[in-house]
Design a protein around this ligand. Structure first.
Ligand SMILES: Nc1ncnc2c1ncn2[C@@H]1O[C@H](COP(=O)(O)OP(=O)(O)O)[C@@H](O)[C@H]1O
Ligand SMILES: [Mg+2]
Length: 316
């Protein structure tokens, strides 16, 4: 998105908070969808909200934009208290919703122009702002195509470009790659990574581990409306899941035997379809490893962290 003549990185003070949430609660009837959420997003970094469906990610996003009002707690967005000053905050943030709401009858260029107008991009900057957004989203060649003729991946890129047309300081992305095939997902990752490199603050929700691991400086693991762990992906893995896992494949009886062997020794396991992984396997005594038979070692990952912390699986 950057059009500055020099390629020097922008000066961003990472001590400044782009987002600050304290004790935020949102209930729907008896359900505490967001249950005392604390979050800090340092300016110029990417924070991931990692949690399964129903964890409260979209509800949190909606409270940041003033579309939902918290029952209690404090929210500051770019220094503005929300919902009191959500208008001011909204003017400086870009929002990519979980579900597409593009105007299918309009072209790519028309969609971006309408949005630039709504977001009060001054008339004299509008054509350039729209052109820059199309370059960032790699949609220049489709500028005059109606949205209804675009592929799913192109629509998703347009949705992101639309949120950037007024050069926001903060971008919220709610599950930006859900339902996309791996190739398209990679394109979106590149786009998000460029955004962050250009100094924009990013809050992204996801239930894809790999997405959080690749893109986020910090990850907040959320479950049932609460942050249950917070850190860089590497810190989270190191603290909660150790160094490596030992993974065994085979028929159910084989997997069961692995679980029965290590459970009494205090080791956690997790099933992934046809396999079972013994977590923190670096601490297994050698005679136990020998008794378990042939397995393969792999590095511990964020999914292991999630399972260890919540007993739940994320997705897919
Ligand atoms: N408007 C609403 N009315 C009632 N329940 C809701 C509403 N919005 C969300 N919920 C419930 O709140 C919980 C959190 O939802 P959501 O924030 O969409 O989770 P996520 O985005 O992490 O999947 C879910 O149990 C969901 O069914
Ligand atoms: Mg959601």
């Amino acid at each position: 998105m950057t059009s500055s003549p020099s390629h020097a990185p922008p000066l961003v003070d990472h001590q400044v908070l782009a987002l600050r949430l304290r004790g935020v609660v949102k209930t729907f009837g008896d359900l505490r969808a967001v249950d005392g959420l604390d979050l800090d997003l340092r300016a110029g970094t990417c924070l991931g909200l990692l949690g399964p469906n129903g964890a409260g990610k979209s509800t949190t996003m909606r409270m940041l934009t003033g579309q939902a009002i918290p029952d209690s707690g404090e929210i500051e967005v770019l220094g503005f208290p929300v919902p009191q000053k959500s208008k001011q905050a909204r003017a400086r943030m870009g929002v990519v919703p979980q579900s597409e709401n593009l105007d299918e009858e309009l072209t790519v260029r028309q969609n971006l122009t309408v949005w630039a107008t709504l977001l009060r991009v001054p008339r004299r900057h509008r054509v350039k702002a729209v052109a820059d957004a199309m370059v960032a989203a790699q949609l220049v060649e489709r500028a005059d195509s109606k949205v209804q003729t675009l592929s799913g991946g192109m629509k998703r890129r347009l949705l992101i470009a639309r949120a950037l047309v007024h050069r926001p300081a903060l971008v919220l992305l709610d599950e930006p790659t859900v339902g996309l095939d791996p190739q398209v997902r990679g394109d979106i990752w590149t786009l998000i990574d460029q955004l962050r490199s250009s100094g924009v603050s990013v809050l992204m929700s996801t239930h894809y581990i790999e997405e959080a691991e690749r893109l986020c400086d910090d990850v907040a693991v959320v479950s049932h409306g609460k942050v249950i762990a917070r850190g860089t992906p590497a810190e989270l893995v190191g603290i909660h899941a150790g160094v490596e896992a030992l993974e065994f494949f085979g028929p159910p009886v084989r997997l069961q035997r692995v679980e029965d062997t290590v459970a009494p020794l205090g080791f956690s396991t997790r099933r992934t379809g046809p396999s079972v992984s013994v977590l923190r396997a670096e601490a297994l005594p050698q005679h136990v490893v020998d008794a378990l038979g042939e397995g393969s070692r792999r590095a511990a990952n964020l999914e292991d962290v999630f399972v260890l912390l919540t007993g739940e699986r994320l997705a897919d």
